[in-house]
Design a protein around this ligand. Sequence first.
Ligand SMILES: *Cc1c(COP(=O)(O)O)cnc(C)c1O
Length: 423
Amino acid sequence: MSDYNFNTLAVHAGAKPDPTTGARTTPIYQTTSFVFDDADHAASLFGLEAFGNIYTRITNPTTAVLEERVAALEGGVAALAVASGHAAQMIAFHTLMSPGDHFVAATQLYGGSITQFSHSFKKFDWHVDWADATDPATIKKAIGPKTKAVFIESMANPSGRVMDIAAIAAIAHEAGVPLIVDNTLASPYLIRPIEHGADIVIHSATKFLGGHGNSMGGVIVDAGKFDWSKGGKFPTLTEPTGSYNGLKIFETFGAISFAIACRVLGLRDLGPAISPFNAFMIITGIETLPLRMQRHCDNALTVATFLKNHPKVSWVSYSGLADDPSHKLQQKYAPKGAGALLTFGVKGGYEAGKKLVNTIELLSHLANLGDTRSLVIHPASTTHRQLTDEQKIAAGAGPDVVRLSIGIEDVADITKALDKALG
Ligand SMILES: *Cc1c(COP(=O)(O)O)cnc(C)c1O
């Protein structure tokens, strides 16, 4: 299957006709549990000596298709699908971190991730050091002896800044830690972080993978390249596992160890499983990912250009524009397009931004992105509200910023609606 090209993988990877019924689309295996062949079979599944389905918190055949498909599209060796993007982040860090450990994260992140890392993770005694990822040298400076990972977004939410993944991967690897890339905004259609050195890719499948604003999901992809034994930094992967009779995960599973540990320890014990129904919806969404993503990009570039020339707009941030500070990196990492998200400043600041979201037609005022529909939000009062003023500005979510997630409608209707609301 991995010999096929991207569009083919988007439709086929991981799926085949159902062996019992011949059903061509992936059935929704809406079951909690799976009957064992016999007592020995049950024992071997529980002991991780054989792969198979036990209970839908840990594996499910519908979810397995989603996992294989995203792994194929990202060029990874294995993947784990979970209930949301935030669940994916929690489980990935649960595998890497011990109490007292640190990781370095970009200041340019989705507001919810900044909140998760700086508040909830503290309860596990996991600590984050922030760095300006547009200046990789600051990441290097933030790395210390207890650092266990570097975390960035390939294209940042909401600023759209494109990060120099290869340069940041080199810094992480020099320090003996993996690079985790949240690839939600780009999707593997635009950027495949593993090709540039990422070790772990995270998705909020809620966004472009599902693509229709109807199902929550998250995915962790394991690139299969990191040597977890080097430096003794990752005991979860290398030391005997108490809950599997002393099994050593890296020794036993090799390249797919990170994905295995996330599943059989993190997901098993923390529990945020995706429902088979949502996995089915996201699989269906992925089949049209390449078509949607290209239309998202083409429409967003037209909208960005339109806004740039609009008298009521003070600035536009979209890496697809030739004078954008991320344009060079966008051309390098995402030559097919700069994604669906753009931010701009309305003349008249906070009040003018509020008026825009209150009066605009066609675009939905809501907290999501990566929908077929065009969406608008004011991050400072919503998605990035929990941040300090300083964090808001660092994340690209200052008081005058309006964020658009451009959909796949006719672009003339989108620019017309914006023109009218900007009045
Ligand atoms: C939405 C989002 C998340 C969180 O994902 P959920 O599915 O909402 O939990 C993480 N990262 C980015 C970039 C996002 O846009």
